[in-house]
Design a protein around this ligand. Sequence first.
Ligand code: PHE
Length: 345
Amino acid sequence: MMQEELKALEVEALQKIKEVTDERSLQDIRVHYLGKKGALTAILRGMGKLSKEERPVVGEVANSVRENVTAALDAKKTKLEKAALEAQLSKETIDVTLPGRPVAESGPHILTQIIEEIEDLFIGMGYEIKEGPEVETDYFNFEALNLPKNHPARDMQDTFYITNELLLRTHTSPMQARAMQHSDKSQPVKMICPGKVYRRDTDDATHSHQFTQIEGLYVDRNVTMGDLKGTLDRFSKAMFGQDREIRLRPSFFPFTEPSVEMDISCKSCHGKGCSVCKHTGWIEILGAGMMHPNVLEMAGYDPKEFTGFAFGMGPDRIAMLKYGVNDIRHFYTNDIRFLTQFHHG
Ligand code: PHE
């Protein structure tokens, strides 16, 4: 009687264990059949009513039911845990064949590229690279360059003044004076200085209140205008192409004497005249000249013994000519569509 009950209980329990699909329900089954208030315990409680002979027989059956059910529960638990783990692993699998998302490529700004190209050229000719302050004194920006206060040529450059004596440099030329002052006068000075400069201009296609310049300076004994012309010719051919000619036109800067402006022959028409060169055949590139004796003297050089030349050019303008950029503001408004055109792998 009791044996049959126990057998039926085992069959029922094993069937339920077989059907269960989650660990929680499995635990409920364990409690239901084997727990303190469970079905097996309830049956065993009735053992007291059995005869001495029956008791061990029923006890043995009860034990085997407990063992079988426990074994089935444990086996199922292991199986469910394994399945759960596998499900999780397959969910977290990384598909290595999936193509990656492209990372946006960056690169140096076109003006930085131009400046570095020019730096490399002049390093090859023995020049040092120097940098100077953008907040400059009136003395270095003007006075040391032979532009005393109230000199009319100061009007050529509309200046952002900070105080009466401090300003945003209007050109990189103050580095001429600074470089000479710092030199011990026994060595030649040969440097270029790239940097930002500022002018009180209203921004338009050809003007920007902030732009870049590169200053060049060479001071030594017996530096001649021929050296200047040769240097500029070499620079121009390397920068714009071996087929480009240069010409020097007389000009005026207070800190150079004589002063020149340098043009290169127009690439579009090879000097015949077209809209790019405004029908002159030539394109203006930079200002230059032989160091004015006053500038040499103020920086501590004897102008009877030393001569030198200086030049100043605008990387913005050079980049515009080289790449046909028609608006200087493109360099400063950071439109990614403009900037990425100059990124090469
Ligand atoms: N500083 C001058 C300018 O900004 C350029 C220049 C530099 C001219 C050096 C002569 C010598 O226009």
